[in-house]
Ligand binder design. Structure first.
Ligand code: PEP
Ligand code: MG
Length: 581
């Protein structure tokens, strides 16, 4: 009889093959006392393990083929850099000397401390960076314990296999791809983990969070893995196999079609050109993007430049980073969002102003609120963005505006920075476009007021939905309430699009909703013509756009919004999308 297991589908695609189970078991660490005389030998053993870890990673890095679609090396580099980090190297050494304990125990104590800090973070992206710490520390622990159980060796052939294991590091994901695995499923990990991101980028079907898979599945079982639905089926009968073989063939045809689309423009059937832009987080993200036909970058989340480091980047470092992205864009516009950090995303004492944690970080001093309180954090960034604008088209975008007073304060600071640069003889674009993110319901309702003073608006649906529906976007307990189709959310989005039209300024959307094909036709029908998203979903969205007609969608969407009833909205959207397969 067939057995079905569920997890979170993180990379779509269907694989049919034999299970290859990698059992690792948890790493058990025991404390042992080391006599003072021998402690330096123990320290040396620890430092040697760090060196071995570095050699292992560098050998995996060397095997990354030229021209891979993502900058896989950057993921491995992150782990190699962590091997130089004082938190991972120096603190355990200090602990060993202080407590007279073994290296494994000191490393475990330090791991628990670091992971505790990550777990306090409200930001889902940063919380998953906790996995990086675990992956690096586990690698060192395994070297210290001289265990190779569960190692994926480069000589293993995994041709066509579906790999099932507890968790994968980015380096292991690279190895799997290399060795011909057709898919993987893990017991742990989330959709934002590096392994999930890598799987999507190299188009390896994948599921994470399939909790009991090692309990129910055996090596060699015949398995179907559906990376979109997050389903694993063991011992499928003939009907199920035939069904999935057909879906796999459809998926192959769909991928070929998407690959052909990469160089076609996004134009609707009734000839409306739609702007598709990309969201990036680090300057390195730009490399994957030049292979796609984009209208530029619609959201550069600059806060990632400020995180995971002991000191803040100064004006010069920021200026060089932004300029690097501008140069790589060859004349396409770069939308730089000013710092969006706050009580939930700490950037060190100078960033938070030394405040403790507040009870409602999402409602607290974050993003533009924090920047307006902390000019020494904000003004160097404004100067860096302005100076970078001398090198190519830059749009400066302000996050989390809730009233126009904030906007006027920012505009004054920008004018002051421009005057100062002028006095210093430094160049910038005097006509730099300034836009605002509409993420707070109050700002959506007052979008017309904002539009009067800005060159463009961009709807941040991730926050707009969180604040409209009063649900913390990183709290798993209330995820079920997160609903982009809630009638109130749709009304607010429509108000912003209309306000932009009435004022003659462009309106984009850069939240996750913009990259979700289920909503593309709805948004087109609402009048949205600029979408910004992760590059990996762009061709899918384009495919929907190129198969849609705005003149047909607009009246249907207007009727759907009139209905105001959640269930009818869902039904109407299914019917809008029904001609797509
Ligand atoms: C948003 O809120 O939709 C958005 C794009 O910003 P972030 O996800 O970075 O908060
Ligand atoms: Mg936001």
């Amino acid at each position: 009889m067939s057995l079905v297991l569920h997890g979170i589908g993180v990379s779509r695609g269907i694989a049919i093959g034999k299970a290859h189970i990698i059992v690792r078991g948890s790493i058990e660490v025991l404390e042992s006392a080391i006599p003072t005389l021998l402690i330096e030998d123990e320290v040396a053993r620890f430092l040697k393990a760090i060196e071995t870890a570095r050699l292992q990673l560098s050998s995996i890095r060397d095997r990354i083929p030229e021209g891979t679609r993502v900058d896989i090396a950057a993921f491995i580099d992150t782990h190699m850099l962590m091997l130089d980090d004082a938190t991972i190297v120096n603190t355990p050494v200090e602990l060993m000397r202080e407590k007279g304990c073994n290296a494994e125990w000191a490393l475990k104590l330090q791991r628990d401390a670091v992971v505790g800090v990550f777990e306090q973070m409200n930001d889902p992206y940063l919380r998953t960076r906790r996995d990086d710490v675990d992956h690096v520390i586990n690698r060192i622990q395994r070297i210290l314990q001289a265990t190779s159980q569960g190692d994926i060796r480069s000589e293993d052939s995994l041709q066509g296999a579906i790999v099932l294991t507890d968790d994968l590091t980015p380096a292991e994901t690279v190895l799997l791809e290399h060795q011909g695995a057709s898919a993987f499923a893990t017991e742990y990990g989330g959709p934002l983990s590096h392994s999930a991101i890598l799987a999507r980028s190299v188009q390896l079907p994948a599921i994470v969070g399939a909790h009991s898979l090692q309990r129910y599945l055996r090596d060699g079982d015949e398995i179907i893995l559906d990376g979109m639905q997050g389903i694993l089926i063991a011992d499928p009968d003939q009907d199920i196999l035939d069904h999935y073989r057909e879906r796999k063939a459809q998926e192959t045809r769909r991928r070929a079609e998407l690959a052909r689309l990469a160089h076609t423009p996004a134009v609707t059937l009734d000839n409306h050109a739609i702007k598709l832009m990309v969201n990036i987080e680090l300057p390195e993200d730009i490399e994957a993007l030049n292979r796609e036909n984009t209208s530029g970058i619609g959201l550069y989340r600059t806060e990632f430049l400020f995180m995971n480091r002991p000191s803040l980047p100064d004006e010069e470092e920021q200026y060089l980073s932004y300029t690097r992205v501008i140069n790589a864009l060859n004349g396409k516009p770069l939308t730089i969002r000013t710092l969006d950090v706050g009580a939930d995303k700490e950037v060190g004492d100078s960033g938070s102003g030394g405040r403790g944690r507040c009870n409602n970080p999402a409602l607290g001093l974050r993003a533009i609120r924090l920047c307006l309180k902390n000019h020494s954090l904000f003004c160097p960034q404004l100067r860096a963005i302005l100076r970078a604008s001398a090198h190519g088209p830059v749009r400066l975008m302000i996050p989390m505006l809730s009233n126009t007073r904030e906007l006027h304060q920012v505009l004054t600071l920008i004018r002051d920075a421009e005057n100062a640069l002028q006095r210093e003889g430094l160049t910038f674009d005097p006509n730099i476009q300034i836009g605002g993110m509409i993420e707070v319901p109050a700002a959506a309702i007052s979008a017309a007021d904002f539009a009067r003073h800005l060159d463009f608006l961009s709807i941040g649906t991730n926050d707009l939905i969180q604040y409209t529906l009063a649900i913390d976007r990183v709290d798993d307990e209330v995820t079920y309430l997160y609903d982009p189709l809630h009638p109130s959310v749709l009304q607010l989005i429509k108000m912003v699009i209309d306000a932009g039209k009435d004022s003659g300024i462009p309106v984009a959307m850069c939240g996750e909703m913009a990259g979700d094909v289920r909503y593309t036709r709805l948004l087109l029908g609402m009048g949205l013509t600029e979408f910004s998203m992760h590059h990996s979903v762009m061709q899918e969205v384009k495919r929907v756009i190129n198969n849609s007609s705005i003149s047909e969608l607009a009246p249907r969407v207007a009727a759907l919004l009139e209905a105001g009833d959640a269930d009818r909205i869902v039904g109407a959207i299914d019917s809008l999308n029904s001609s797509l397969n």
